[in-house]
Ligand binder design. Sequence first.
Ligand code: PLP
Length: 416
Amino acid sequence: MSLAAHDAGAPAFDVARVREDFPILHREVHGKPLVYFDTAASAQRPLAVIEAVSDFYRHHNANIHRGVHTLSQEATDAYEGARDRIAAFINAPSRDELVFTRGTTESINLVAQAYLRPRVGPGDQVLVSQMEHHSNIVPWQMLCRQTGAELKVIPFDDDGVLDMAAFRALLSERVKLVGIVMVSNALGTVNPVAEICREAAALDIPVLVDGAQAMPHQAVDVQALGCSFFCFSGHKMYGPTGIGGLWAPLSLLEAMEPYQGGGEMIRRVSFETTEFNDPPGKFEAGTPNIAGAVGLGAAVDYLQGLGMDAIGAYEAGLLAAGTERLLQVEGLRIVGTAPHKAGVISFTLEGIHPHDIGTIIDHHGVAIRTGHHCAMPAIARFGLPATARASLGLYNTVEEFGVLADALEQTRAMFA
Ligand code: PLP
């Protein structure tokens, strides 16, 4: 397979050139060139992001909003400018609909507590899928404990494909929110999120989409999805850690109570009462991760420069070639074989514990993740406590899958 893949009309994708943008890819691990297959846990950062953060601290650092001095105004412009670009990246109708959070986990907790908690009680239901990350399970369980509502689960089949018939059967007027992952971090399944949103909307049920693993792999258009809430993390999409976002229509954000109290989320405070700020400030209490937002803005610029369609096309070819190569390893079983996948190959190797695999191939310079991937119910569905997971990013190559497969074959030989 060629290393270059591109859509007609999209810019050509030159992976060798792209790799030059990532300084960390030039280091060695245990004397071997680093092969990084752990992007689903956290992506590596391009120089453009590293430099944007560094430039912010070197030249513009100050607290934002309300400052009259030059640095504060520059910092505010950088922070709010990043909001403009990230909102446009997901095709939000308004920049005011993008709330900066620490990431997907905080965004989901925010929706659970600020939106749903005052709107549910005993007898009501929250619907999530069996392949959710713990971040899209536990906040709803906590909410259910607080309110007496009930958590219901949409199952998936042996390939990791969501059971849409079961989803339809579970939909009722008792369901007050559906939480669904767009791309599963444990299985790689791409879910039919637009269809889910359409069917839930017919019953006026809001849908929260966990977009953590979708953002790095495909263009996201929140309007086309038709969701009520969209959550994502900067560090999964080549930006900094500790920054991410929640998108929701202004009408919903306006109707919601604040999540946390403190600075920036207020308009006026007295001991008698407090008047809250308008969204998005209403949900950004305290000094935010200013440099993180600036870095995430740079990550979005970087991704747009490469073109999300070009990235998606390249990665689809890489996933297919990587799957083919790994299946040549004797005793390797792929966990999650949905026809529509992105970014992730979870697998087991007969007779060898995933943690042993991960530790041994680290000595070949290969970084993969092993365990339950913070999606214990999804892995348990296959009767497994853990899998090994190779997750790819826009900088990986077919040759690196060869290195991974060779390392796995050598691991097998050690256990023979
Ligand atoms: N949802 C999915 C699908 C994920 O893969 C992750 C992280 O692995 C999360 C949510 C949580 O993201 P964060 O830890 O950045 O909040």
